[in-house]
Design a protein around this ligand. Sequence first.
Ligand code: CA
Length: 229
Amino acid sequence: MKSHLLVIEDEAKLAQFIKLELEYEGYEVTIARDGIAGLAIARELHPDLILLDWMLPGISGPEICRRLRTTGDKVPIILLTAKDEVGDRVAGLDAGADDYLIKPFSLEELLARIRANLRRTQEENTDILQFKDLCLNRRTREVYRGHRFIELTAKEFDLLEYLLAHPRQVLTRDRILERVWGYDFMGDSNIIEVYIRYLRLKLEAGGEQRLLQTVRGVGYVLREELRSP
Ligand code: CA
């Protein structure tokens, strides 16, 4: 079955180029040329993935993201942006985008990101989440590191499940708070640090390598420790 991609992009030439290339790769492609049409089509056609320009007439890319996420839509969204500053990147991730590409990007890079994000949603629909020797079963709510069983509280489990569903993606504090503690959470945002600490203690109790990494000033990411040069 063909994956259906929605491209929301107001630059006609770029949109047409992307459409032709993606169709050549075997995807079904719909184009929207402004934010309002894009949001309407996203809600009506439920595409498998959205390529979303940042600056759009009508509604901006990040705002479209935010509106889709508010209604619980989990479609993978790749933001296309001319901006390359860290602040914008964080704003895009906070708005609920899964990934972003900085213009101009190569076709190969675009195709690789599309494949990775489509694969991830397919994986999200399964019961078992795995990264390295860390394994979580959503149905039985059991967690193992290798053969070592790890007992977690309900909140620790939810936090780990969220991180495991987005391996190697930097998740901002705000996003983690929203997804794990809920939009209406009014408590201290330091709660994330506290729970990350609990999780690390339990996940590394057998001397295993650290998989929950801090990204200073931004948030957290599930990945191997980066070796210093
Ligand atoms: Ca634009």
